[in-house]
Design a protein. Structure first.
Length: 570
């Protein structure tokens, strides 16, 4: 693999390759490596650098039109997304979370992964615009292939909770193969493995997709470096894998030959945007958390000499969804940080942001044992610590204490003092034509119009969240578990008063459909009417399920890579 920066090239140089991929996130990098193995010359164009930086993060600015931005809504988004996405801000991205840098969203994710359910692919009479043109069975081999890429276990633990309305659901964490107490970071992984045949160009923001005069093929891409210097990229085939927001934005902005934008002859580009709506529905008091935390905690599973970690939650059964006309939805149980968490106090002291220095000093001293655990994990993750021992320690820890390892994954190796357990709900959205990406009248510093997001949570999503909350309380009681304190809007049955936020799982803006009047790409992810342009990632999903989508995104990407290989006769 060759790694370069666009700004280092001589002015006017044309980049030539077989396959050009826009976007260096997990989807783009997976397609690149699979196609390179088949002998195809691949060039990945990544807008950012190896790590995130402020200059490129500015290019993620988006305008927003939706439910009550500001106040409680923005505070909830900042608390949720700001834990992992360090350069992200609600002001710059009032909708969505994108990371400019090699590895894309995996620079800031928690590694949480799960496959979709069969019902997610079905045409449900109570969910308008539902149904995929491909089946779960058709994706089966690619789900297995994507699971291997993500270092996941193909089989979940046995169900520990069954009922008519709720049943066990398991997420698992995608583990790094080299940094054993971290999740999979695709940028670091490809920088380490350096697969032959893949060239990666950093600081290469694609600003336009150029069609030939017929409008039926892509002739080249226009890419700009941070200083605004433009270069042309030619290829036999092109894949757009730049996130659901950027995929739609770039197709709409490339409107010199196709006035409405590429693939937008039926006004579908950017429409049917979905996300996962999330909200807290209840909490367990500190005295009651032991049993729920044990049942709905983390489980280690051994598979092919590797330890895998699963997180146990509850999901609405297909029967409940159909009988009550609900969306697919689930709950998970999240530890709550104590107000006197020593790591938070230490970080404030080190950054000089402590409002009460003496209080924070006392908190740090009292939490010395917790801090010592974090220091120990950092020693293990040191490059000087033998890799074989790292793997052995991590695998043993997952088997013996999966809750401890989960804390390391979710907090970057900093164990926190906890004081409770919250119940968090997540629901899919029904595909709504008015939830969409359009172009702003303002442009970024490279002249590309900003994306404008219109996103609202509808009545069906709110009704689903309320039904899920009630089913959870009843199900826990039936199982003999302590009764949680449900939030006020649940107790009063006022779903309209909930404040659900987007969970950074944007999908659907270039949805897959057999008929071009119903979508942007065909069932093979090729843009309708464009012979040599495919779109990859969650933007092609017709519906979103409730599961974190990375595993399914990579499954569709593996299928697309096989199609591209056939295009080249490989």
């Amino acid at each position: 693999m060759r790694l370069g920066r666009l700004g280092s090239l001589e002015i006017g140089k044309v980049l030539e390759t077989d396959l050009a991929i826009v976007g260096g996130g997990p989807v783009g990098l997976t397609i690149a490596e699979l196609c390179a193995k088949a002998g195809i010359a691949v060039l990945v164009l990544e807008s950012g650098l190896e790590e995130q930086d402020e200059a490129h993060e500015e290019l993620n600015a988006v305008e927003f039109e939706g439910d009550g931005h500001g106040g409680e809504y923005s505070a909830l988004r900042s608390a949720f997304h700001g834990q992992l996405a360090t350069l992200w801000s609600d002001q710059r991205q009032p909708y969505g979370v994108r990371c400019r840098g090699l590895g894309g969203s995996t620079q800031a994710w928690a590694g949480k992964s799960a496959p979709f359910d069969p019902i997610d692919f079905a045409s449900r009479h109570w969910v308008e615009n539902s149904g995929w043109p491909i089946t779960l069975e058709e994706l089966g081999p690619y789900i297995e292939q994507a699971g291997e890429v993500l270092n996941l276990c193909p089989a979940a633990p046995v169900a520990r909770f069954t009922g008519e309305r709720l049943a066990s659901f398991y997420w698992q964490f995608s583990r790094s193969r080299s940094e054993h107490f971290d999740v999979m970071r695709f940028g670091r992984m490809i920088s380490r493995t350096r697969p032959p045949g893949v060239d990666v160009m950093l600081d290469a923001t694609v600003t336009r997709i150029a069609l030939d005069p017929s409008g039926g093929r892509v002739s080249h891409l226009e890419a700009a470096d941070g200083a605004g210097q433009r270069h042309k990229v030619t290829a036999r085939h092109f894949v757009l894998a730049a996130s659901a927001i950027e995929n739609a934005r770039l197709l709409l902005a490339s409107n010199d030959v196709a006035p409405a934008g590429i693939g937008n002859q039926h006004d579908n580009v950017g429409r049917y945007m979905t996300d996962h709506a999330g909200v807290q529905i209840g909490t367990f008091r500190e005295a009651d958390i032991a049993r729920p935390a044990k049942i709905f905690g983390f489980y280690g599973v051994q598979h092919h000499k590797r330890a895998h970690m699963f997180m146990h939650g509850l999901a609405l059964t297909p029967a409940a969804q159909e009988s009550e006309r609900l969306l697919n939805a689930a709950v998970w149980f999240a530890p709550k940080r104590a107000p006197d968490d020593p790591w938070d106090s230490l970080k404030r002291l080190l950054k000089g942001r402590s409002a009460d220095r003496m209080h924070d000093l006392v908190t740090v001293m009292r939490g010395s044992s917790t801090l010592a655990k974090g220091i120990g994990v950092h020693v293990i993750n040191s490059p000087r610590f033998p890799s074989v021992l790292k793997g052995a320690i991590a695998n043993s820890a997952i088997r013996l204490s999966p809750n401890f390892v989960a804390g390391e994954f979710q907090s970057g190796g900093l164990p926190h003092k906890l004081c409770g357990l919250s119940i968090e709900a997540i629901t899919e959205q029904a595909p709504c034509r008015e939830n969409r990406i359009t172009l702003s009248g303002r442009g970024d510093r490279l002249g590309v119009p900003l994306a404008r997001a219109s996103w609202k949570v509808g009545d069906l999503e709110r009704r689903t969240l309320l039904a899920l909350a009630r089913a959870t309380k009843a199900g826990l009681a039936a199982a003999g578990l302590p009764s949680p304190d449900m939030v006020d809007w649940v107790e009063r049955g006022r779903a309209e008063e909930a404040t659900p936020i987007d969970l950074a799982h944007t999908m659907g803006t270039t949805r897959m459909a057999v008929d071009p009047r119903d979508g942007v790409v065909d069932p093979r992810c090729r843009v309708h009417g464009i012979a040599n342009l495919h779109v990859a990632g969650g933007s092609v999903f017709p519906t979103a399920g409730h599961a974190n989508p990375t595993w399914m995104m990579l499954a569709v990407a593996c299928r697309l890579a096989a199609d591209v290989q056939r295009e080249f006769g490989s």
